[in-house]
Write a protein that binds this ligand. Structure first.
Ligand code: FAD
Length: 485
């Protein structure tokens, strides 16, 4: 039987890339790396500039898993993501639910698409003005098709929102989702309702063709005269040196600092300030009346973080089918389950960190990463307040909380379950407490940037990806501006 190449996107072998010189080389094709690529292609379209992207993983899926007609929301996490990610927890006692995903598109192939902005109370100390951040939020929302309209107006959404607002939660709102509501229109056909960074790669490809190598793992950044000069990448067991004037690391909150530490890039804050969310979770059950069943979904709702409330609550219903393919029968029953996810804010502290284990090397000779992480008093207080609010919310909604594994709800999940590890190369003004400058450029190393969750100064209680995309767009603009000038 023949086997056929599965290149639904053009690939360039790493050895060919080693013969070229790039204006910009991007490591990683997830939420951050693909956003940089998209924005540079938009700025530089037709200019003949050369961009290369190196992706450690393979071509896993051509779109978000949930855009496939055979896949439902619950299968994405329980089966596909479980199989297409590597659990690290056995080696990381402080971070037992850590996982890595290697593949074109990164974790945006599996994410839920929740895209709230960070509240102003969280970003007040960030090294850019809120006005500028809001401008980039607008650009990222447009590029990722962020909408409040995914569930707006459904019977379940309307009922839950009105019960919340009438019973002490006036701030309850539609959760913004990165979902294309117009998947087919005026000659345009799209296989992608739910955003993945493959959409960014496609956008870039039509404006400024770029070289992409898959299964090409960046292991080191190369510096010449103190500035970025390229990377070392391992592909099929062979190491290649690929030259570039600008290097953008976007390999995620764990691997980006690992590459920098392995490369000996100086910076006291590299790998430090590991920040995430403490997940507090429960399932609430809403019964229908004798006359009618429960209202039909979907419902996706948020109670946002505020200056007084260091947490965000998100509701998804009916669980697990708040989103399902058109071919799947509509979920109906005597009761509706609502998944309640609380994200409690975690302090950014230098002692929570990624570091290299000098005694354990992987197959490419790179030291394995290790994590030191603990929850401080304020983190524990935030967890307690999140759990209290989750219970009060359930009361306001008339939901009965379901026991999970014999424990009374809600449950606080171990570090790593959120998949939101961030801030390990955070941006800031001073090298003592930040790895990168306010544009994501590593302090003191011209031409070397980070552009993924690691660059966030803090993450508050909001899901991080929209903010990472917004800041990655801004980093791309900064790179383009300096290069043009
Ligand atoms: C089930 C699930 C649900 C989620 N839901 C949400 C949500 O609703 N909202 C939200 O904001 N976030 C959500 N997230 C988190 C979201 O996916 C991440 O915040 C986001 O993808 C992080 O972007 P990133 O660029 O930092 O990393 P990633 O998207 O993980 O991308 C990193 C990329 O780098 C590649 N790579 C790694 N090492 C190397 C190397 N050495 N060389 C080259 N390439 C490398 C990887 O293969 C990958 O492509 C969810 C995640 C999961 C798993």
């Amino acid at each position: 039987m023949e086997t056929y190449p599965v290149e639904w996107i053009s690939l360039t072998p790493a050895e060919e890339m080693a013969e070229r010189e790039y204006d910009v080389l991007i490591a990683g094709s997830g939420a951050g790396g693909a956003a940089v690529l998209r924005r540079l292609a938009e700025q530089w379209g037709g200019s003949g500039r050369k961009i290369g992207m190196l992706e450690a993983g393979d071509l896993l899926l051509p779109t978000h898993a949930q855009n496939l007609p055979t896949v439902t929301a619950d299968r994405v996490v329980s089966e596909l993501f479980a199989r297409m990610s590597t659990p690290l927890g056995d080696r990381l006692p402080d971070y037992p639910d850590a996982k890595l995903t290697f593949g074109l598109g990164g974790r945006t192939l599996f994410w839920t698409g929740g895209t709230p902005r960070m509240p102003a109370c969280e970003t007040a100390d960030w090294p850019l003005s809120r006005q500028e951040l809001d401008t980039y939020y607008g650009l990222a929302e447009q590029a990722m098709h962020v909408t409040d309209g995914f569930a707006a107006g459904s019977a379940l959404q309307t009922l839950l929102l009105s019960r919340l607002r009438e019973n002490g939660f006036p701030q309850a709102a539609d959760l913004p989702m990165a979902v294309r509501l117009d998947a087919a229109r005026s000659g345009m056909l799209s296989a992608g309702s739910l955003f993945s960074s493959i959409d960014h790669l496609a956008y870039a490809q039509y404006r400024l063709p770029f070289d992409l190598a898959a299964r090409a793992r960046v292991t080191e950044v190369l510096l010449e005269g103190g500035r970025a000069a390229g990377v070392k990448a391992v592909c099929g067991g062979r190491a290649h040196v690929i030259h570039a004037r600008t290097v953008v690391l976007a390999a995620g909150g764990f691997i980006t600092p690992q590459i920098l530490l392995q490369s000996g890039v100086p910076g006291a804050a590299i790998g430090r300030y590991l920040t995430n969310h403490s997940t507090v979770r429960a399932t609430g059950r809403l019964l229908g009346t004798a006359a009618a069943g429960p209202p039909e979904g979907p419902a996706v709702i948020q109670l946002p973080q505020t200056a007084e409330a260091p947490y965000q609550l998100q509701l998804f219903g009916p669980a697990p089918h708040y989103a399902y393919p058109p071919e799947h029968p509509a979920p109906r029953g005597k009761a509706v389950d609502v998944q309640m996810n609380g994200f409690a804010r975690v302090e950014s502290r230098p002692e929570n960190r990624i570091y290299l284990d000098p005694l354990q090397l992987d197959e490419d000779g790179v030291p394995l990463l290790q994590v030191a992480f603990s929850r401080c008093e304020r983190d524990l207080e935030a967890i307690e307040r999140t759990a209290q609010t989750l219970r009060r919310t359930a009361d306001a909604l008339g939901l009965s909380l379901e026991e999970a594994d014999g424990a009374s709800p809600p449950r606080t999940l171990p570090p790593g379950d959120d998949n939101h590890e961030a801030c390990t190369c955070r941006m800031g003004r001073h090298p003592d407490n930040s790895a990168a400058d306010p544009y994501g450029q590593i302090h003191g190393v011209p031409g070397l940037y980070v552009a993924d969750n690691s660059m966030l100064p803090s993450i508050g209680a909001a899901n991080p990806t929209l903010t990472t995309a917004a800041l990655a767009f801004r980093t791309a603009d900064y790179i383009a501006e300096r290069d043009n000038g």
